[in-house]
Design a protein around this ligand. Structure first.
Ligand code: CUA
Length: 326
């Protein structure tokens, strides 16, 4: 008994935090799914119980009287039973569920149509590029205002990925060469985990991103800051780091807007220190940054980023610079 109690306690704990569940909706998109999911679960459970019950009854009867003929007429229910339980009832149930799903699918398809804000999300092996209408660029975090649908344009730079934020919306594919649309809406400010939901290669499971929802005014403030170019760092150490960054291979892949680093192979780092994670997988802290830059493949095997060739002092200065990118 103690074992099963702790099992349920564990199950409850896991429901409360990560990983996110589509059955804990935080916006109208996931609520549509939840509205469909529960009735479908109860209907299928009821059908399963009835069918399993009849199966058990048949087995019990056959055992009790093995010589009995299997002639349906003798059982007494006959053809009308087959017609009602085998044809009419399934038709009514499936047609009902279909009509009900169409309503929710309609809601999912139409709600974002009039959305004023457009955000472009480009999937890469293995990170997410995020572009806003005011030309701010970020990575692995999508900031949105609460309370209204935000339109997303989903594309891919390499293979097919799938965009999924369980607490907010259904999955939508990123397909190379085409643009798919969807919308996101969060009721409350918060941080909602997203995940690539289609196997895309070595780091599929680590293709994590976060949707960060703000009060509308706070979002405007964030967006206005995010579009600003990076300022020149004040401290000498960070300034030295900036110079090393520009001269080393860092600038060959990353952009820092407002500097000569303008490459687009890896994430834009303009306001890197304001992000909550490194590459979606580690909390954005100095020690983690050190780990990641020294050995990216130890954290995310298969990433395009090579281990750094900088010596310890140079690396320290570059980390100072990255931490000054606020
Ligand atoms: Cu990207 Cu799986």
């Amino acid at each position: 008994m103690a074992g099963s109690t702790s099992f349920f306690a564990l199950a409850l704990v896991s429901c409360a935090g990560d990983p996110p569940s589509i059955l804990e909706p935080a916006g109208p998109g996931a609520r549509s799914v939840e509205r469909l999911w529960w009735p479908m679960l109860w209907i299928s459970t009821a059908v399963f119980l009835v069918v399993a019950g009849m199966l058990v009854a048949a087995v019990v009867r056959a055992k009790r009287d093995p010589d009995r003929s299997l002639d349906r007429r003798e059982i007494g229910w006959g053809e009308p039973f087959i017609a009602v339980a085998g044809v009419f009832l399934p038709f009514v149930i499936l047609a009902g569920v279909y009509v009900f799903s169409l309503q929710e699918m309609n809601e999912l398809a139409n709600r974002g149509k009039g959305a004023a804000t457009n955000i472009e999300v480009i999937a890469h092996n293995w990170w997410w590029e995020v572009r806003y209408e005011n030309s701010a660029v970020s990575a692995n975090e999508i900031h949105i205002p609460t309370g209204r649908p935000i339109r997303l344009e989903l594309t891919s730079a390499d293979v097919i990925h799938s965009f999924w934020v369980p607490e907010l919306q259904v999955k939508t594919d990123h397909i190379p060469g085409r643009t798919n649309h969807m919308w996101l809406q969060a009721d409350e400010p918060g941080r909602y985990r997203g995940q690539c939901a289609e196997y895309c290669g070595l780091q599929h499971a680590n293709m994590i991103f976060y949707v960060i929802a703000h009060e509308p005014q706070e979002f405007e403030r964030w967006l206005a800051h995010e579009v600003e170019p990076a300022g020149l760092p004040e401290e000498a150490e960070a300034q030295a780091g900036a110079a090393i960054f520009m001269e080393s291979s860092c600038a060959g892949c990353h952009a820092v807007r407002g500097t000569q680093a303008a490459a687009n192979l890896g994430p834009d780092l303009t306001h890197f220190s304001t992000r909550t994670t490194i590459a979606g997988v580690l909390p954005n802290a100095r020690s983690n940054l050190h780990l990641f830059v020294r050995d990216p493949h130890g954290i995310k095997p298969g990433v395009a980023m090579p281990p750094t060739e900088l010596d310890a002092d140079e690396l320290d200065a570059v980390l100072d610079y990255l931490e000054a990118l606020d």
